[in-house]
Unconditional design. Sequence first.
Length: 149
Amino acid sequence: MKKYNLTVITFIYINILGLYGQNLAEHYLSFKPGTIVKTLDNKCVFNYSYIATTNKPYDIEMIGVIKDSLDYSNPRLFPNPIIEKGVALVRFNNSNGIIKTGDPVTSSSVPGEAMKATQSGMILGIALEDAPANTGLIKIRVMIQYLKQ
């Protein structure tokens, strides 16, 4: 009798995880690659939960950038959708000036896009290349930290 109950409980638990993972996969796939994201639980740590795009300059809740390729076809392998450190292509705009190699980059008031950091505050990372004259993607070294200028 106990073995039967344990089997039923395990089956229900696995099915609930499967549905939750499927909803999260759809949620993560709704973001464009290169979008800067933040947590919704104010913990500033990614824990496989729902996320949102940043929407203010120097956002202290930013946690990283959406990867350019996500594959959720295998339910046992649930990949992390966010680049939290390393090199990433990031969506940007020139609302705070043209970004040059070596410039600190932060979130902007445009949802999910980066801009040049010109004052103290949280930065997403450092630009590894000069930005094109218009918006698009720029390669940066992601290392979220407080920058004092």
